[in-house]
Ligand binder design. Structure first.
Ligand code: SF4
Ligand code: SF4
Length: 121
């Protein structure tokens, strides 16, 4: 999420996906992701706490999804969060962004083009 991004009034992907990554990204292994916000979810995998639940929500997410939200570890967030692009960023649609938003009752950021109306005489 960037400081000028519509992500700051969304947060849906932080409360939809399991956010897992190589354990070496955690602080205990020399990375930046705070250990106390992660849990082990495989032999060499960590995930953000709260995202490995049936109703995922990252414990680093502050605020209400669809309202004002903030990642409390933005500068130290793991690679899946850094790599995830919102729909419309760089002119590209991201179906996963749209899917996460839809799950929280939010419309896609990139709306489909309006149908062309037939001309009548
Ligand atoms: S679902 Fe899309 S718009 Fe919402 S926070 Fe994630 S990337 Fe941003
Ligand atoms: S670490 Fe931050 S960007 Fe990543 S899922 Fe959690 S709140 Fe969202």
């Amino acid at each position: 999420m960037s400081s000028t991004s519509p992500c700051l009034t969304c947060g849906a992907c932080c409360a939809f996906f399991r956010v897992s990554f190589y354990w070496g990204e955690t602080q205990g292994a020399g990375g930046g992701v705070p250990d106390n916000l992660t849990e082990q979810c495989g032999p060499l995998r960590s995930c953000m706490s709260g995202t490995n639940n049936p109703a995922p929500r990252c414990t680093a997410l502050l605020g209400d999804v669809g309202g004002a939200v903030r990642c409390t570890i933005y500068d130290n967030r793991p690679s899946p969060c850094r790599d995830f692009q919102r729909s419309g960023e760089d002119g590209q649609e991201n179906a996963d962004c749209d899917r996460a938003r839809a799950a929280h009752g939010l419309p896609p950021l990139v709306l489909p083009p309006l149908p062309v109306e037939a001309e009548t005489a």
